[in-house]
Design a protein around this ligand. Structure first.
Ligand SMILES: [Zn+2]
Length: 135
């Protein structure tokens, strides 16, 4: 099912226009942020607002239909960070150089799977940080 314009607007407002995984602001992205099914339809995720989040194109392409990944520190398969159920600051942190760090198995698996510390993403974050535009 296609997400309606109304639902898209609600999701965008609720997220204050930032990707709910990496916190990239919409106005710093060339491509529009997308509405992501946190638990994909193929995993019986619904179109309910509790299962939707705002997601930048880079996070969305890397996340794909995944709902879990490997935490390199523990070697365990863990669920990905869930923007509706988890607190961002409990699972993720940002350093002064623009790198994101997972603080928990879920956070680490998410940073790794979504390639959040790709050099171009870190460079953009560092630039936005210097201009006080991130997160
Ligand atoms: Zn993102």
């Amino acid at each position: 099912m296609k997400i309606s314009r109304e639902i898209r607007d609600v999701v965008q407002r609720r997220a204050h226009g930032v990707c709910e995984y990496c916190h990239l602001p919409q106005d710093a992205s060339v491509l529009p942020h997308q509405v992501d099914h946190i638990i994909g339809k193929q995993h019986h995720g619904t179109d309910d607002l509790d299962n939707l989040c705002l997601c930048c194109i880079r996070c969305n392409l890397k996340k794909g239909p995944n709902i879990a990944s490997l935490d390199a520190e523990t070697g365990r398969i863990v669920p990905l960070f869930h923007p509706r159920r988890h607190s961002w600051s409990e699972h993720l942190s940002l350093d002064q150089d623009g790198r994101l760090h997972g603080l928990t198995p879920e956070g680490r698996a998410t940073v790794q799977l979504m390639d959040m510390n790709d050099i171009s993403r870190v460079s953009l974050r560092a630039l936005l940080l210097r201009r006080s535009r991130y997160p």
